[in-house]
Design a protein around this ligand. Structure first.
Ligand SMILES: Cc1cc2nc3c(=O)[nH]c(=O)nc-3n(C[C@H](O)[C@H](O)[C@H](O)COP(=O)(O)O)c2cc1C
Length: 340
């Protein structure tokens, strides 16, 4: 099915929040911490979601869990995402999220990771529709702010139940649904099925956010056309490339696409990201996280393969910073940028 695409997209309402820019940053464990969300938000994101927080972890009260729920005073609206299959713990985690300043509590029933599925949480819950209803009803009753839900399209191709889960969610009082257009069995293989997102959209009247394989403005528009979704969620494409959000934002709002960042603009973002990583996590953890993020930022740049090998061996926060700056601001980068 195809839908008339209204551009600019009109946005959607959840509770008393009208989200004018229907571009949502996907929750990604180990990636979309506060430092990276702070970087991403400026590129037109209308809603951010924390990394998934296991409800059992909340009960244990570790400092690291507290840090995962930290949000900026100007980061609103924001969802804190929780996961779990025991309503007692999910309720506690939801109430804890409210106390930490969440505007919405997002429940994760999409995570395909074995560790999570073994505890019958994440996407494993999609196989047990009665359990889904029980958890959602319990959480909706236990907090006063909107509860939202993130799912895959089902457990496997034979047992897709995206429309039924969408209806259950709406009946239980969930106020927004995000659908990653893959089954659990697909993990991250193949292509996300955007028509399946449309099945959810057709089944309910709450806002449906489409997710899976958006890599630029064109793919975002195509997802809207195929699924009729109310918002777009972007995940992996933003790794090392928050500018892609600006591109998607421009496409869905009917604006001119922004220019690609120059090496200087790229470095300004990387430097700021490094600063936030250090102040949020402390230098030790920031140093490990930098190995992943900085290397992602070099994708497509001059001599990136060589730099990656070199950067992974650098020890010490200050050395990492200096070597990264040298690389991003080298004269060859500018030449390469102009030649593109
Ligand atoms: C490294 C990684 C971590 C993720 N962590 C979460 C998470 O904590 N919660 C969640 O709901 N989805 C998580 N996801 C799934 C993404 O939110 C998103 O649904 C998926 O990547 C598909 O979107 P994309 O094709 O735009 O990446 C994660 C994905 C990746 C790659």
């Amino acid at each position: 099915m195809t839908h008339a695409t209204t551009i600019p997209m009109p946005g959607f309402t959840v509770g008393h929040h009208h989200i004018t820019s229907p571009l949502v940053l996907a929750p990604m464990a180990g990636i979309t911490d506060l430092p990276f969300r702070r970087i991403c938000r400026r590129f037109g994101v209308g809603l951010t979601v924390t990394e998934m927080i296991a409800s059992r972890a909340v009960e244990q009260g570790r400092e690291r869990t507290e840090r995962m729920a930290e949000i900026d005073t100007d980061e609103h609206p924001v969802s804190i995402q929780v996961a779990g299959s025991d309503s007692k713990f999910v309720i506690e985690a939801a109430q804890w999220a409210v106390a930490h300043g969440a505007d919405f509590v997002d429940i994760n029933m999409g995570c395909p990771v074995k560790k999570i599925c073994k505890q019958v949480a994440g996407s494993a819950m999609l196989r047990d529709e009665a359990l889904v209803a029980r958890i959602l009803t319990a959480v909706v009753k236990s907090i006063e702010i909107p509860v939202t839900l993130k799912i895959r399209t089902g457990w496997d191709a034979q047992s897709k139940n995206v429309a039924r889960i969408a209806r259950i969610a709406e009946e239980c009082g969930v106020q927004m649904l995000t659908v990653h257009g893959r089954t659990r069995a697909q993990m991250f293989n193949g292509h996300a099925n955007w028509e399946d997102i449309g099945l959810a959209k057709a089944a309910v009247s709450i806002p449906v956010i489409g997710n899976g394989d958006i890599i630029d403005g064109e793919t975002a528009l195509e997802m809207v056309r195929i699924s009729g979704c109310d918002g777009i969620m972007v995940g992996r494409a933003v790794q090392g490339n928050p500018w892609v959000l600006g591109e998607v934002h421009a496409a869905i709002m009917g604006l001119t696409a922004p220019a690609k960042p120059t090496p200087g603009e790229r470095w300004a973002i990387v430097a700021e990201h490094l600063e936030h990583l250090a102040s949020h996590h402390g230098i030790r953890r920031a140093s490990n996280l930098a190995r992943k993020h900085v290397v992602w930022y070099t994708k497509g740049m001059f001599g990136s393969a060589e730099f990656r090998g070199h950067f992974q061996r650098i020890e010490g926060w200050e050395n990492q910073r200096v070597e990264a700056e040298k690389y991003f601001l080298s004269p060859q980068q500018l030449e390469h940028h102009h030649a593109q």
